[in-house]
Write a protein that binds this ligand. Structure first.
Ligand SMILES: CC(=O)N[C@H]1[C@@H](OP(=O)(O)OP(=O)(O)OC[C@H]2O[C@@H](n3ccc(=O)[nH]c3=O)[C@H](O)[C@@H]2O)O[C@H](CO)[C@@H](O)[C@@H]1O
Ligand SMILES: C=C(OP(=O)(O)O)C(=O)O
Length: 467
């Protein structure tokens, strides 16, 4: 039986997934060079921001991932003309003819991504009405949108929940407001930014998220003409403006993908240079990577000189030999250890000597994937208590959100079903590190956030095949 789906109708599931399986021959160190492009968690939001302008916008280094396809589809349904630019990965958005789309057409994208919720503010500004389909994204807890809704209501939006999705209007326009988030939510901060930039008057957001992707979105909005001040202590102040133009932007690189490849290098005993990876966005990850016993070198970009082509910078990650060391870590909002770095790194922690502790404080149900690693020989126990760190929102609330990983464990092959994006990548890494041949079902899910992952794996020497 495939690990991870013990309680569902596995026969039906396996039939449905037979075409979507990757055969992974393990025990091969990954070695080589790959490149990451614009961050999934910025690119999709910058695409939504293009809707606010009255001129075309240009975004470079856009990865070919599912979330980008979904947002492109939604923009096109609303009359935004999206075309390829001259450069590979360059997209041009022309919002000259923004128009309403039918709920049926929009609902084609129901359940496919979390980004549609960020269309609220821009559509209200452009059309006075927004329809938002059911959201998708990773199943890592309930993921409510109450902060988004509260903030939109504060701006003056009227939100109506109907069976087919959310309908929003702003009968008296959108007005700046003072709002404090109960938790520094990334999405809710972006919701406020995308709404406040063209709301009348000043908005003050307290307890805002300040992830690098948010700062990059602020850069995009500033290029369009927005006035946004980032104060200390998670306070963001936005002065609404009456018009925004277009932007031309090269996004920050995907620090989650970069860390995933770093974890793959460590877990398989290999060496991967991730071109495009930026040290400044990954400092917290790099500290943990070194504490575990991984090695890295930041390879700065070199400008072309006469007779040479120059060199793109990145970070080279490798396993230096010897034993890895157990660590205690806690996921947190920026500048803490990202929750999205957690699952790939845990695979490497199964190879560390001693007891590692992981306290997941961002999502209440992001450790379910450890069952699959245990089925491969790992020893991971999950707990309801807040272990190894400060008590978090999930303590004493029945959520298994702390893990103790005992290592080193010899991993062996298994049949696995991918439950979500990052857990899926961790399953792949585990299969690559394990002895024997694994079948990994549902791998298509990984295309939601990792561009060309199969081609990259092949380039790194992985022995993978489709049946
Ligand atoms: C597309 C995207 O950018 N996804 C990222 C984004 O997700 P996303 O923006 O959905 O994550 P949030 O930061 O909003 O969520 C953080 C926590 O706040 C809670 N919450 C959030 C909103 C709300 O209205 N009510 C509420 O209770 C969530 O359930 C969660 O426990 O940030 C997460 C945290 O860095 C990352 O893991 C995701 O990869
Ligand atoms: C949780 C993630 O993404 P999303 O918010 O799109 O589900 C992720 O990228 O790991």
């Amino acid at each position: 039986m495939a690990a991870g789906f013990q309680n569902s109708s596995i026969d039906a599931l396996e039939v449905a997934l037979t075409d979507d399986v990757l055969i992974v021959h393990g025990n091969t160190p990954l070695r080589g060079q790959i490149r990451v492009r614009g961050a999934k968690n910025l690119v999709s939001k910058a695409m939504v921001a293009a809707l606010l302008g009255d001129e075309p916008s240009r975004l470079y280094d856009v990865p070919r991932i599912r979330d980008v396809e979904v947002v492109r589809g939604l923009l096109e349904l609303h009359g935004v003309k999206v075309s390829d630019g001259d450069e590979d990965g360059e997209l041009v958005f022309d919002p000259a003819n923004v128009e309403r789309a039918s709920t049926d057409e929009i609902n084609v994208h129901a359940g496919s991504s979390r980004i549609p919720i960020l269309f609220c503010g821009p559509l209200l500004h452009r059309l006075g009405h927004a329809f938002i389909p059911d959201l998708g994204g990773c199943h890592i807890g309930p993921r409510p949108i109450d902060f988004h809704m509260q903030a939109l209501r504060e701006f003056g939006a009227v939100v109506e929940k109907r069976p087919e999705g959310l309908h929003l209007t702003a009968p008296n326009g959108l007005h700046g407001t003072k709002f404090s988030l109960p938790y520094p939510s990334v999405g809710a901060t972006e919701q406020v930014l995308l709404t406040a930039v063209m709301a009348e008057g000043v908005t003050e957001l307290r307890n805002a998220a300040v992830e690098p992707e948010i700062i990059d979105l602020i850069c995009v909005l500033q290029k369009m003409g927005a006035i946004i001040k980032v104060h200390t202590d998670r306070v963001i102040e936005i002065q609404g403006v009456t018009r925004l133009g277009g932007y031309s932007h090269r996004p920050i690189p995907d620090r989650i993908e970069a860390a995933s490849w770093a974890a793959a290098a460590l877990a398989t005993g290999g060496e991967i240079e991730v071109l495009g990876a930026e040290q400044v966005d990954m400092m917290t990850f790099l500290n943990v990577f070194r504490s575990v016993g991984g090695a890295y070198e930041v390879t700065d970009a070199r400008a072309p000189r006469a007779g040479s082509a120059g060199q793109e910078g990145g970070i080279r990650f490798w396993h230096p030999g010897g034993e890895l060391r157990a660590v205690a870590l806690e996921t947190d909002v920026h500048p803490g250890f990202m929750t999205d770095w957690q699952q790939p790194l845990v695979v490497a922690l199964t190879q560390a000597r001693g007891l590692s502790i992981v306290h997941e404080t961002v999502y209440e149900q992001r450790l379910g994937y450890t069952d699959a690693l245990n089925s491969m020989g790992a020893t991971i126990q999950v707990y309801r208590d807040c272990l190894g760190g400060t008590p978090c929102r999930f303590g004493r609330r029945n959520f298994k959100h702390s893990a103790v990983i005992a290592g080193p464990s010899k991993l062996h092959a298994a049949d696995l079903v991918i439950p979500d994006l990052r857990a899926g990548f961790s399953h792949l890494i585990a299969a690559l590190a394990a002895e024997g041949t694994s079948r990994v079902y549902g791998v298509d899910l990984i295309n939601r956030g990792y561009e060309d992952f199969e081609a990259k794996l092949a380039a790194l020497g992985a022995h993978i095949e489709r049946p």
